[in-house]
Design a protein around this ligand. Structure first.
Ligand SMILES: C[S@@+](CC[C@H](N)C(=O)[O-])C[C@H]1O[C@@H](n2cnc3c(N)ncnc32)[C@H](O)[C@@H]1O
Length: 281
């Protein structure tokens, strides 16, 4: 009876956590990734067991123990409960993604943003996805717009590249998506002047690649630029970066869309600017 009461208490704490901070609970395939609040610090294994018993598809529970770090943007985790198998299959919008979150970046919360971008791609376009990760943008685009000409996905992390290549096959988009391992700065050169659209999902440091993105475009095209913004003017910083870069490169541009993507920290947001660019003759 005592144990049951304890479990009910923890269950209600989990519900409260979910209500207050939806960011504290992510599910990637069979893996739940949680943030333990200080008041449950000494009961985290039990919290993990309760999560598994309430969600039968969850077989592994990991605790976030660091922010995303380094060039690959991967965080550290503490294994809490279940199977010690971190490779999983995640499903979104009819796509399947194989990945190991301890080795590669992947955010299940960005599915609607990926779908938003995929919905904008038109027939016959050549699309460059810089910083491609396990290829969720590239694959959603190829699935949503089967008449896309080509989607090029460039990624530096060898583990992410391995999964991206496998995911392309799993989703049967081999004829559309080309995965390239390497640094965007070097690998994009081959595609200068060939793309209609460039996606830049690297909010931290992506601005250093804006000139490369412009070079990838044909005479005109779209760039989807990700950055961070602080309230109350969450787009201000991204707009300033785009203005300075475009003026320096000497191209005409217009911000045709602004998107609040996800909360990142208190009063801080991940944002996207959709930028139409025309190269000046
Ligand atoms: C924020 S993650 C986004 C991954 C993926 N687009 C997604 O949304 O799941 C950024 C990715 O860029 C990769 N990256 C960072 N610098 C890079 C570079 N110079 N060239 C290619 N990839 C890079 C990292 O390894 C990481 O996988």
């Amino acid at each position: 009876m005592g144990k049951l009461r304890e479990e009910v208490k923890i269950f209600s704490e989990i519900e409260k956590i979910k209500e207050k901070r939806p960011s504290s609970f992510d599910v990637i395939g069979h893996i739940a990734i949680i943030e333990i609040p200080p008041n449950l610090e000494d009961k985290k294994e039990l919290v993990a067991q309760v999560i598994m018993s309430l969600n039968k598809h969850i077989k592994t529970v990991l605790e976030k123990v660091s922010e995303r770090k380094g060039i690959f943007r991967v965080r550290e985790y503490n294994f809490l409960a279940g199977e010690k198998n971190f490779e999983t299959i995640h499903k979104e919008y009819g796509c399947i993604f194989k990945l190991d979150p301890t080795k590669v970046y992947f955010s299940p919360r960005e599915l609607t943003e990926r779908q938003r971008i995929a919905s904008m791609v038109k027939e016959g376009e050549t699309v460059m996805v810089m910083f491609a990760g396990i290829a969720p943008y590239a694959i959603q685009i190829a699935k949503k717009q089967p008449k896309v000409k080509e989607v090029i996905a460039i990624e530096l992390n060898p583990d992410a590249v391995k999964y991206a290549r496998e995911n392309v096959i799993l989703n049967k988009v081999e004829d559309k998506v080309k995965v390239i391992e390497g640094d965007v700065k070097e690998k994009c050169v081959e595609f200068y002047g060939k793309c209609d659209r460039v996606i830049m999902p690297l909010p931290l440091g992506g601005e250093e690649f804006l000139d490369v993105a412009v070079n990838c475009l044909k005479e005109k095209g779209f760039i989807h630029f990700y950055n961070w913004g602080k309230e109350p003017n969450i787009f201000e910083n991204a707009e300033k970066i785009v203005k300075e870069k475009m003026e320096k490169i000497n191209v005409k541009y217009e911000i045709v869309g602004k998107r609040k993507v996800l909360p990142y920290a208190p009063r801080k947001w991940k944002v996207c600017l959709d930028v139409y660019v025309e190269k000046v003759q």
